[in-house]
Design a protein around this ligand. Structure first.
Ligand SMILES: [Zn+2]
Ligand SMILES: [Zn+2]
Length: 152
């Protein structure tokens, strides 16, 4: 798919079958702790970057979609399963998972939602002891099958 617009940011799933671009900076950045986002992400919460539908395009492949309620759909890669978005039916925004962006370090959430389901230990993540991946594993024979953090 050819789009004459210059992307502001790009992203995609872990395997690279589905890629997206956004043509405006995200309007809102948040963390959602709700039970449905926990389940959809297989994670303690989802980090979401909201972009108006008109400023977003799937640039490679097509996501699978699960209608998670009568008011929303969620997109994911049908090949590797990466959660890609939340979309309220008839809403103004597509809410893209921050971890699927090529440069998630450029996105900082500004507020939280779904706090009724927030896991108590999430508040203490910053106090947990940590190691780098290299400190944890011998990476000499490691071969990544993850798509690189740019369009190919
Ligand atoms: Zn994929
Ligand atoms: Zn949620």
């Amino acid at each position: 798919m050819v789009d004459a617009r210059q992307p502001v940011m790009t992203g995609g799933c872990q395997c690279g079958a589905v890629r997206f671009a956004i043509y405006a900076k995200p309007a809102r950045l948040s963390l959602c702790h709700c039970r449905m986002c926990q389940k959809a992400g297989g994670s303690p919460f989802l980090a979401l970057a909201d972009v108006p539908h008109g400023d977003h395009a799937w640039t490679r492949g097509k996501p699978g979609t699960f209608r998670s309620s009568n008011t929303a759909e969620r997109d994911f890669c049908p090949a590797c399963g990466t959660p890609l978005s939340y979309r309220a039916t008839g809403g103004e925004y597509i809410e893209l998972t921050m971890g699927s962006f090529d440069r998630p370090q450029d996105l900082t959430p500004a507020y939280t939602t779904g706090t009724e389901a927030k896991l108590a230990w999430v508040d203490h993540i910053g106090t947990l002891p940590g190691k780098t991946t290299e400190e944890l594993w011998e990476l000499k024979d490691f071969v990544s099958h993850q798509h690189p953090d740019h369009d190919t």
